[in-house]
Design a protein around this ligand. Structure first.
Ligand code: SDX
Length: 430
C-alpha cells in the first residue's frame, strides 16, 4: 500500500497524516492520530467521507456503476456463476475449483437442518408477527444451540459458524414463512440445490409433491447472488461493530438483520412494492413524483437513490432482466405493477430533480415485483435479502476478526448538550 502524506494546519498548529492508496478507489487520509496530535475529532455522522476499515472483499465504483466481489464483476458472477460459488469466493477470496466447489456445497448442504428444539421458538410469536422480527429472535438464539462454534479466536470454529449461518438461514427463513401462514414446517432436502431447497421449504406442502421450476429456481439463486455483499453498508457496518466487541457471530448476524430491516436499507424492497401498489396506476405517478420532491413531505420514492451509486445500480439492471424472465415463465402478461414501475422509472430518469440528485433505481426497485411473482408476501422480501446477505456479513466479520490491527469500534462525538451544572433539590426547581 503506497503512502504519501497530508498536512493538517489549524492556526499555528499542524499535524502530518499518512495518505494511503488501495488497489483501486479513493485514497484515504489516516486520521488515527489526529485527536492525539491536535485535540480535534473528525465529524462525519453519515460516514459519507469515512473509510471504516481496510477490506479485500467488495469494491463499488458509484460513479461508474461497478460492483466487484474479490475482483469479479457482479454481472459475470450473476450470469455465469451461482450463489454458493459466490459464497465460496467471498469467504475464501478465490473462485473454487470443481473439487473445492463440490466439497463446499456438500458441507453447506449438510448444515441446513436446525436443532429440533428451535421449532419451539416460533410458537412464542403471534402468527401475524413480521417475519423479520422472528428472524432477529431466532438467529440471535442460535448462539444458545451452537456453543461449539462461538469461540471467535478459533479459526476452525469461525469457519464452522460461517457455514452454519449460510446453511441455516434459508431453513429459518422458510420456517418463519410457514409459521406466518399457518402451514407445517418443511425439512431441508440434501438432494436439492440451495435455491431449489429454499423454494421447496417455502412452498411444498405435505398433501402433494412440489415440482421445482428450474427457471424460478435459477432466478431465486441469482437474486441471492445479487444481494450477497455490498461493501460497508449499514447492516454490514453493524455486524463489524458488534463483532469488534468479541460478540459471537450468531449475535452479530442478528444485529445485522435488525439494521437491514429499516426502510432506508433492506426494508426498501418491501416499501418499494407497497409504494407501487399505493400508486396503483400510471396516471397517479405525477402525484407521487411531486410528493417525492416536496421538502415538506417525508415521502421518498422507495427503490430509488443510493449513498454510493450516483449512476445506475448494476444489480438493478440484472434484477430487471430477472423480473421479466420470471413474469414470462409464469405467463404474467401486462403486470400492472411492472407497468407502473417501468413508467415511474422512465419519468424519474428524465425529471430534472432526480437527474440532478443522481437518483437511479437501486437493487430494491425491481426485486419486489419479482419476489411477489415468485409467490412471497411483501413481509418476506427483506427476509430474503437477509438470507442472501448473510454470507457478506459473515465474510466481513471474519475479515475483521482476522485483521491483526482490529480494535473495538468506539466513535466519539461533537457534544452540544448542557455544560456541567449543579444539582437542584426538587423543591428548588421552578
Ligand atoms: C440498500 O449502502 C448500501 O450499499 C445499501 C444496499 C446494500 O446492498 O446493502 O445497496 C441496499 O439499502 C439500497 C437503498 C434502498 N433504500 C431505498 O430505496 C430508500 C429510498 N432511498 C433513500 O432513502 C436514499 O436514497 C438512501 C437512503 C438510499 C440514500 O440516502 P443518502 O445517501 O443519505 O442520500 P440523502 O438522503 O442525503 O439524499 C440526497 C438528496 C436529498 O435531497 P436534498 O436534501 O439534498 O435536497 O436526494 C434526495 C434527498 O431528499 N433523495 C430522494 C430519494 N433519495 C434521496 N428524494 C426522493 N426519493 C428518494 N428515494
Amino acid at each position: 500500500m503506497t503512502e504519501q502524506s497530508a498536512k493538517f494546519t489549524l492556526g499555528s498548529d499542524s499535524s502530518d497524516m499518512a495518505v494511503m492508496s488501495g488497489t483501486i478507489g479513493p485514497d484515504v487520509v489516516d486520521v488515527t492520530s489526529l485527536y492525539k496530535n491536535t485535540g480535534l475529532f473528525t465529524f462525519d455522522p453519515g460516514f459519507s467521507s469515512t473509510a471504516s476499515c481496510e477490506s479485500k472483499i467488495t469494491y463499488i465504483d458509484g460513479d461508474e456503476g461497478i460492483l466487484l466481489h474479490r475482483g469479479y464483476s457482479i454481472d459475470e458472477l450473476a450470469e455465469k456463476g451461482d450463489y454458493l460459488e459466490t459464497c465460496y469466493l467471498l469467504l475464501y477470496g478465490e473462485l473454487p475449483t470443481a473439487r473445492e466447489k463440490q466439497d463446499f456445497v456438500y458441507r453447506v448442504t449438510r448444515h441446513t437442518m436446525v436443532h429440533e428444539q428451535m421449532n419451539r421458538f416460533f410458537t412464542g410469536f403471534r402468527r401475524d408477527a413480521h417475519p423479520m422480527a422472528v428472524m432477529v429472535g431466532c438467529v440471535g438464539a442460535l448462539s444458545a444451540f451452537y456453543h461449539d462454534s462461538t469461540d471467535i479466536a478459533d479459526p476452525h470454529q469461525r469457519m464452522v459458524a460461517s457455514l452454519r449461518m449460510i446453511a441455516k438461514m434459508p431453513t429459518i427463513a422458510a420456517m418463519a414463512y410457514k409459521y406466518h401462514i399457518g402451514q407445517p414446517f418443511v425439512y431441508p432436502r440434501n438432494d436439492l440445490a440451495y435455491a431449489e431447497n429454499f423454494l421447496h421449504m417455502c412452498f411444498a406442502v405435505p398433501c402433494e409433491p412440489y415440482r421445482i421450476n428450474p427457471v424460478l429456481a435459477k432466478a431465486m439463486d441469482r437474486i441471492f447472488t445479487l444481494h450477497a455483499d455490498h461493501e460497508q453498508n449499514a447492516s454490514t457496518s453493524t455486524v463489524r461493530l458488534a463483532g469488534s466487541s468479541g460478540a459471537n457471530p450468531f449475535a452479530c448476524i442478528a444485529a445485522g438483520i435488525a439494521c437491514l430491516w429499516g426502510p432506508a436499507h433492506g426494508g426498501a424492497n418491501e416499501a418499494a412494492l407497497n409504494m407501487l401498489m399505493e400508486i396503483g396506476t400510471k396516471d397517479r405517478i405525477p402525484e407521487f413524483i411531486g410528493r417525492a420532491k416536496d421538502k415538506n413531505d417525508p415521502f421518498r420514492l422507495m427503490g430509488f437513490g443510493h449513498r454510493v451509486y450516483k449512476n445506475y445500480d448494476p444489480r438493478a439492471k440484472i434484477m430487471q432482466q430477472t423480473c421479466h424472465e420470471v413474469l414470462d415463465e409464469l405467463g404474467i402478461k401486462d403486470d400492472p405493477l411492472l407497468e407502473v414501475a417501468m413508467e415511474l422509472e422512465r419519468i424519474a430518469l428524465t425529471d430534472p430533480y432526480f437527474v440532478e440528485k443522481k437518483l437511479y433505481p437501486n437493487v430494491d426497485f425491481y426485486s419486489g415485483i419479482t419476489l411477489k411473482a415468485l409467490g412471497f408476501p411483501t413481509t418476506m422480501f427483506t427476509v430474503l435479502f437477509a438470507v442472501a446477505r448473510t454470507v457478506g456479513w459473515i465474510a466481513q466479520w471474519k475479515e475483521m476478526i482476522e485483521d491483526p490491527k482490529q480494535r473495538i469500534g468506539r466513535p466519539r462525538q461533537l457534544y452540544t448538550g448542557a455544560p456541567q451544572r449543579g444539582y437542584l433539590p426538587v423543591d428548588e426547581r421552578s
